[in-house]
Design a protein around this ligand. Structure first.
Ligand code: ATP
Ligand code: MG
Length: 233
């Protein structure tokens, strides 16, 4: 599903350059649930943004579902991003003046799905995250955990091949974090490939594999016996 070879990334700031990723080799099979860990500044978000085609690599190669992602023009990149990838962020990134349902329907609007089908699909995905009754509510009327579940429903509505989540539980207390992880595990059980950036070991233990970044390289990559979040919910 994902294959990265000898990936390098630097940020240029004036005459200085910060070499953040220094030769990453990494592949992910369909159906995996991977945690990316590492200290603050180790390059986790940089890696996730490159995987998510929100940023470009300097050197190396990236293949996503058989497609080499390099030197794509902005239109093609946007097409692949919409087709392959769903995003979830620490700060939810919901649109405040739109209802939960309208937020979930948004990617379908960009896919040019008709209004009625958009609504039906949005309700279906809200149902899956347990928020069917909250469809008409604004984000400001929802708790943090509910907001993140709406954000997950929105990401899933586009039916992405890969779900990328940067600190999805970073703004939540531990009980709510486990609720969100329970949902992520269920989505993964249904066959979706998911990558999560987290600095919380408890959250990483709920994934199937943990990758550790340090000084711009992967220093550890291990399969783990997954802990079910539902035990804690
Ligand atoms: P955190 O756990 O704090 O979120 P992270 O592992 O996600 O950290 P990154 O955001 O990938 O770290 O940042 C890696 C390094 O690159 C940091 O030193 C950061 O300051 C730098 N950096 C990140 N984005 C940019 C940018 N757009 N321009 C310049 N430097 C950047
Ligand atoms: Mg980060």
């Amino acid at each position: 599903m994902i294959e990265i070879k000898n990936l390098h990334k630097s940020y240029k700031m004036g005459s200085n350059s910060l070499h953040v990723l220094k030769g990453i080799n990494f592949s992910v099979e369909e159906g995996e649930l991977v945690a990316i860990m590492g200290s603050s500044g180790s390059g986790k978000s940089t890696l996730l943004n490159i995987l998510g085609m929100l940023d470009v690599l300097d050197e190396g190669s990236y293949t996503l579902d058989g497609v080499p992602i390099k030197n794509l023009n902005e239109t093609k990149a946007a097409q692949y991003r919409n087709k392959f990838l769903g995003f979830v962020f620490q700060s939810f990134n919901l649109i405040n003046y739109k209802s939960a349902m309208e937020n979930v329907a948004l990617p379908l609007y960009y896919q040019k799905v008709g209004r009625k089908e958009r609504q039906e699909k949005a309700l279906k995905y809200l149902e899956q995250v347990g928020l069917r009754e909250w469809a008409d509510h604004l984000p400001s009327e929802l708790s943090g955990g509910q907001k993140q579940r709406v954000a997950i429903a929105r990401a899933m509505a586009a039916e992405p091949k890969v779900l990328l989540a940067d600190e999805p539980t970073g703004a939540l207390d531990s009980t709510t974090s486990y609720e969100v992880m329970d949902l992520i595990q269920k989505i993964n059980d249904a066959g979706n490939t998911i990558l999560i950036v987290t600095h919380e070991p408890d959250i990483a233990d709920m994934c199937k594999r943990i990758v550790h970044l340090k000084d711009g390289v992967i220093v550890e990559d291990k399969k783990i016996t997954q802990i079910r979040a539902s035990q804690y919910v």
